[in-house]
Design a protein around this ligand. Structure first.
Ligand SMILES: NC(=O)c1ccc[n+]([C@@H]2O[C@H](COP(=O)([O-])OP(=O)(O)OC[C@H]3O[C@@H](n4cnc5c(N)ncnc54)[C@H](OP(=O)(O)O)[C@@H]3O)[C@@H](O)[C@H]2O)c1
Length: 338
């Protein structure tokens, strides 16, 4: 079978298509023929830098994939051959609160990833795909979809009538828009592109702000919300955006601290706005299988289909990553494995 592997870190040139031995499912594992893989910003970071805790090269990248079961190991009870499944991000986080040991089972990092024709998955780490979704759509859920879900619903306890601020129009933020909208929340979306903002409006955004032409976007959020602020911020920017996110949040509101689009450093501002608002800053790291199953139920109930910008063939994985890196996408970038 073929798999893409990171042979050296630093650039996409280190990503190489290799021939590997097709694995056989061990006890309580399923063998999945991968049909689609979606890309996350985290996969770009993994290719770029050798990070402590990650497997050394050759490392198969990507946490997110979906496919069909083609063989099952002894003792498998949850699935059968031909079932359509997606793998979960933290292979052993089935339910309950997060534990630090789960960092040792992060797919496409501390465990081999999904950008491969076949993978074995412990049966406890697979979830069935909602009937309305294609393999490409289901492949967008394990990281981006689940993170937006955990941020807004599990941890944020979002309710109808709440207001959400989603930063940018990448994978996590567009999921946040779709999910919050379906739950009856108002969503404000920011972007560097007026074209992408028009697309966000079509998807149900109640207000939009171009953060390039309106660098004081927090003041615009304040104006739009009539000086009330937003109940939730989907904070994917990190240190470069956190200050304005804190200025945007309502009294008693919730900032889901998710991303590092502006880096891993210290925030460029003090933290007092949080205190002044009695607001919550909540670190979010993907979610468990139980959260994933709740997300799937919600998608089915509301007939929500993930937004896919482009699908690349398996042979063009480097081009797919380059496209993600260019940030021209809206929603998700997917690789079809066939
Ligand atoms: N903690 C977790 O569990 C978790 C899970 C998933 C992702 N993440 C992190 O969350 C972040 C987003 O991930 P993703 O996969 O959704 O990324 P992505 O799809 O690559 O999103 C890229 C988009 O982010 C927007 N963006 C970039 N810089 C921005 C800024 N300074 N302010 C506002 N928006 C900005 C841009 O949108 P426009 O083109 O519209 O301007 C860009 O197109 C990444 O840092 C990722 O590592 C964390």
């Amino acid at each position: 079978m073929k798999a893409w592997t990171i042979q050296t870190h630093g650039s996409l040139d280190g990503l190489t298509l290799v021939e590997q031995t097709q694995p056989a499912p061990a006890k309580e594992e399923v063998l999945v023929r991968v049909r689609a893989v979606s890309l996350n910003f985290r996969d770009l970071i993994t290719i770029e830098k050798e990070r402590s805790g990650n497997l050394p090269p050759p490392l198969v990248p990507c946490s997110d994939g979906a496919g069909e079961i083609v063989a099952i190991g002894a003792g498998v009870t949850r699935f059968k051959v031909k079932d359509r499944v997606a793998g979960i991000f933290f292979r052993d986080w089935v339910e309950g609160p997060f534990e630090m040991k789960y960092h040792e089972c992060a797919v496409g990092g501390s465990r081999q990833g999904m950008l491969s024709e076949f993978v074995t998955i412990p049966e406890h780490a697979a979830v069935g795909i909602p009937a309305l979704l294609s393999f490409e759509e289901a492949a967008t859920l394990p990281c981006a979809g689940l993170t937006a879900w955990q941020a807004l619903f599990t941890r944020g306890e979002l309710r109808a009538g709440h207001t959400v601020l989603a930063l940018g129009t990448g994978g996590v933020s567009i999921f946040a828009l779709q999910l919050a909208n379906a739950a009856g929340a108002r969503v404000i979306v920011t972007s560097s592109s007026d074209e992408k903002l028009a697309h966000a409006k079509e998807l149900g955004a109640s207000a939009t702000i171009n953060y390039r032409t309106t660098p004081d976007w927090d003041k615009e959020v304040w104006r739009i919300t009539e000086k009330g602020g937003v109940d939730h911020v989907v904070e994917v920017g990190g240190p470069g955006t956190l200050g304005r996110s804190m200025n945007s949040v309502a009294a008693g509101g919730h900032i889901a601290l998710i991303g590092v689009l502006t880096g891993f450093g210290a925030p460029d501002t003090g933290l007092f706005p949080l205190v002044a608002r009695n607001a919550r800053l909540d670190g979010i790291y993907v979610g468990s299988r139980a959260h994933f199953e709740a997300l799937n139920d919600f998608l089915t109930q509301h007939r929500i289909r993930p937004v896919i910008d482009r699908v690349f063939p398996f042979t063009e994985a480097r081009e797919a990553f380059a496209y993600l890196h260019s940030a021209r996408h809206f929603g998700k970038v997917v690789i079809r494995v066939d």
